[in-house]
Ligand binder design. Structure first.
Ligand SMILES: Cc1ncc(COP(=O)(O)O)c(C=O)c1O
Length: 467
């Protein structure tokens, strides 16, 4: 690797030698893994635990193989510690915890806890600290930000989205359009891949932007498409759409903590993400959002604040005014001025615990392993004897994907495969009828696990072919 910092290295697609499909080779990659000590920062459910139907304590048995971080990330060990600290603070100082920074605690006063989490989230999405906020949940934040960023007119009211938008995004967009008195059938422009393909080319996206630019208000796409795993060229698409007068928002549910997006440098207008997938803050945990610094500006003219319209609440007000109970809204500058309510400190403690793991490494380091780990999975899959039984629908270009590979199986295989995976204690994700999503996560998965998964995958295909 030489002496160049990881953040400046351009990653190339790894190639693997002839003997790469041996267990020894997989284990040799694990030995060289620069993130290998991170696995012990997570609780890995055992094969017994993952099948249990009653609450039990985590056991130290043979760990399951967990490839489902694209859906819910594993629990960092720090979560229990941070939650206990928070509970002790609440139990001992009660309401004083709002303003008191407790010594020996990694958490600051509840009043500023969301800002602490936002500041620590900013490097993960390539934002300046003041451009990130933490509140609510992804879909709620999408609604809140669309209330500010989707400002349709009679002439320009369309929203461009992807053909298979996550249902919650689709519903949010549809309802926003309706709420403004427009017809979703006319105003929702869906970009789809060419017939028979799953990948949407950047050229296609730019041509749809061209076609609808004069009637479109907003472009809202996923950084990584949840079904296919395609990572869109966010930089090019953002610049192009903005040059045609569109506002650009991104749903980073599958991108945050997975790929090193650069929201500020790419000049993105706004973005939202959840923290329960690659960011490991727990099911339904508090979410993140970004607004470019130009949208967070607050200027005063004759002591009257001038700022971008948003749906406001008292936590968006500046911290001094907030507790004076005055009814003139003076927003905090930056993303924190888009906050609405007093956020859940339990939730924030959990997120801050998860962020403490990220803070011990960096997105470029995570990305470097991720590219390798997923390429290894792809390599083993494509070297298997039954490649005619499946198609990897995630792009093979490393620049156009994150950790996840989506595998489209021949009809009839999925049930055989999932029965075998369950028996072996391997967790992946089905999207009926025939797609499985497999996400080896660089912080806690190993090359050996990838190798073991492919063994079972091949066994399932062989059983299917032999039927
Ligand atoms: C791409 C995408 N958008 C939106 C959501 C919905 O998120 P939430 O339920 O946290 O609002 C998800 C959830 O998995 C998602 O994957």
């Amino acid at each position: 690797m030489g002496s160049m910092p990881i953040s400046e290295q351009k990653l190339t697609k790894p190639t693997f030698p002839a003997g790469a499909n041996s267990l020894d080779y997989a284990q040799s990659l694990d030995q060289k893994d620069h993130l290998r000590e991170f696995r012990s920062k997570f609780i890995l459910p055992s094969k017994g635990n993952i099948k249990s139907k009653a609450v039990s304590t985590p056991e130290n048995g043979d760990p399951c193989i967990y490839f489902c971080g694209n859906s819910l990330g594993l629990q960092p060990r720090a979560v229990a510690e941070y939650l206990q600290i928070h509970l002790n603070t609440w139990a001992t100082v009660g309401v004083n915890g709002h303003f008191r920074k407790m010594e020996k605690s990694p958490l600051i006063q509840w009043q500023l806890l969301a800002e602490q989490a936002a500041e620590q989230s900013a490097p993960i999405v390539g934002a300046k600290p003041g451009e990130v906020g933490v509140m609510g949940t992804l879909t709620m934040n999408l609604h809140l930000l669309m209330a500010s960023f989707y400002t349709p007119t009679k002439e320009k009211n369309k929203i461009i989205l992807d053909w298979k938008a996550f249902p919650s995004d689709h519903f949010a967009i549809e309802s926003q359009i309706r709420g403004h008195g427009f017809d979703p059938k006319e105003a929702m422009v869906m970009i789809s891949p060419e017939e028979g393909s799953y990948e949407v080319s950047t050229e296609k996206i730019l041509s749809i932007i061209d076609e609808h630019a004069s009637t479109t208000a907003l472009l809202l796409l996923p950084g990584i498409q949840y079904y296919t795993g395609q990572y869109f060229d966010m930089k090019t698409i953002t610049a192009y759409a903005q040059s045609k007068g569109l506002i650009v928002g991104w749903d980073l549910a599958h991108a945050a903590g997975n790929v090193p997006v650069q929201l500020h440098d790419w000049n993105v207008d706004f973005a939202v993400w959840c923290t329960y997938k690659y960011m490991n803050a727990g099911p339904g945990a508090i979410a993140g959002f970004y607004v470019h610094e130009r949208h967070g500006k607050v200027e005063y003219v004759d002591d009257k604040p001038i700022f971008r319209h948003r749906l406001s609440g008292w936590y968006g007000g500046d911290q001094v005014g907030r507790m004076n109970m005055e009814n003139n809204f003076r927003p905090s500058p930056g993303a924190s001025g888009y906050q609405v309510s007093n956020p859940s400190a339990v939730d924030l403690a959990s997120l801050l615990a998860a962020l403490s793991v990220f803070n011990a490494t960096s997105m470029p380091a995570i990305r470097e392993k991720s590219v390798y780990l997923t390429a290894y999975l792809e390599h083993l899959l494509l070297a298997s004897p039954n490649t005619s039984a499946f198609t990897i629908i995630t792009p093979s270009d490393i620049e156009a994907r994150g950790t996840q590979l989506s595998i489209l199986l021949k009809p009839g295989i999925i049930d055989i495969l999932f029965e075998m995976l369950e028996t072996e204690g391997i967790v992946a994700d089905k999207r009926r009828p025939d797609v499985i999503r497999v996400a080896p996560v660089p912080l806690y998965n190993t090359y050996e696990e990838v190798w073991r998964f492919v063994q079972i995958f091949e066994k399932a295909l062989a059983e299917f072919e032999g039927q």
